[in-house]
Design a protein around this ligand. Structure first.
Ligand code: NCD
Length: 309
């Protein structure tokens, strides 16, 4: 059903689409061999105009584990972009060699713009401080694995809610589920943008509150989604330095947390989770990054139409 579709924004997937992808990813976790050839003969274009570790490598390993192959770049300066080539021309070029393009770009809206210049599917792997729909799929798969289902929980989103695209996409997707309460934890300067409040939280009649201190709410949370302060989106270094260590989750803070709290982080972490937390069973962020590969396998197979779901 996802065959040939672009995935630019979480809204490009219905709740049913997401449900199908989660089930497929779970089957891929159980029976990876069954899917080892489903993308044989297919080529993925992996275009990273911005740094990435997990997103790029999980997409690429996903394609390889499905039997497909990859071309692409991680440094646009090594391509004709450096000579002044436009984004549509770069996209047309890669589209003439490949079956599917995954792209990350610093400019908000670039993947949508790119999708106008080709008929092959485009997946947004993060556009500036805007959206990151496949991280959201990763987060949803992790929540399902941790909690058994996606409903009736209180989720705290903590850190840079202004520039954090993973937070914007996660709120967009998760507000469709039943009984979700949001606690938005950030310094005043890094609060969630108004458009997310008005067009998503208010429109979906979601229950939410905004607070500045993590200690104040940690005991109420079922899920805590930590994020890094997005250095590269700041206009001014001094502001970044002032805000970067606003939150540091450590064992002391976790004393007040529930026994079955699920701690997520899209990673990379800078300082916001102490290393001592990594061995606590409530820390799910390293399992989360592995789920990212399986959900991307499910997504690639579905878009290329080689797997029924
Ligand atoms: C995130 C991103 O790129 O938005 N990382 C990721 O994709 N796993 C989060 C971040 O960079 O802070």
């Amino acid at each position: 059903m996802l065959k040939g579709r672009d995935i630019i924004d979480p809204e490009d997937l219905t709740k049913e689409d997401v449900e199908g992808l989660l089930l497929l990813a779970e089957d891929m976790i159980q029976r990876p061999k069954k899917y080892a050839d489903v993308c044989k003969g297919k080529l993925l274009g992996s275009l990273f105009f911005e740094p990435s570790t997990r997103t790029r490598l999980s997409f690429e390993s996903a394609m390889l584990r499905l039997g497909g192959e990859i071309i692409g770049f991680t440094d646009p300066d090594s391509t004709s972009v450096k000579k002044g080539e436009s984004l549509p021309d770069t996209i047309k070029t890669v589209a003439s060699y490949t079956d599917l393009i995954v792209m990350r770009h610093p400019k908000e809206g670039a993947p949508r713009y790119a999708s106008d210049s080709t008929d092959i599917p485009i997946i947004n792997a993060g556009d500036g401080g805007h959206q990151h729909p496949t991280q959201t799929l990763t987060d949803l798969l992790t929540i399902k694995q941790a909690k058994g289902e996606i409903k009736n929980f209180t989720i705290g989103l903590c850190g840079d809610l202004k520039f954090g695209r993973t937070v914007h996409s996660l709120i967009k997707a998760i507000c469709k589920y039943e009984g979700i309460k949001f606690v938005l934890i950030s310094p005043e300067e890094l609060q969630i943008p108004e458009f997310i409040k008005e067009q998503i939280l208010d429109k979906s009649k979601s229950e939410y509150k905004e607070v500045e201190r993590l200690e104040q709410v940690i005991g109420d949370l079922d899920i805590l989604y930590m994020t890094r302060v997005q250095k590269e989106r700041f206009f001014n270094e001094a502001d970044y330095v002032r805000l970067k260590d606003s939150y540091i989750l450590d064992m002391d803070k976790l004393k007040d947390a529930k026994e079955d709290l699920t701690i997520l982080h899209p990673l990379p972490r800078v300082n916001e989770i102490s290393v001592e937390v990594d061995s606590d069973p409530r820390a799910w962020y390293f399992r989360q990054m592995r789920f990212g590969m399986y959900i991307r396998m499910a997504l690639i197979a579905s878009i290329l139409g080689d797997e029924e779901c």
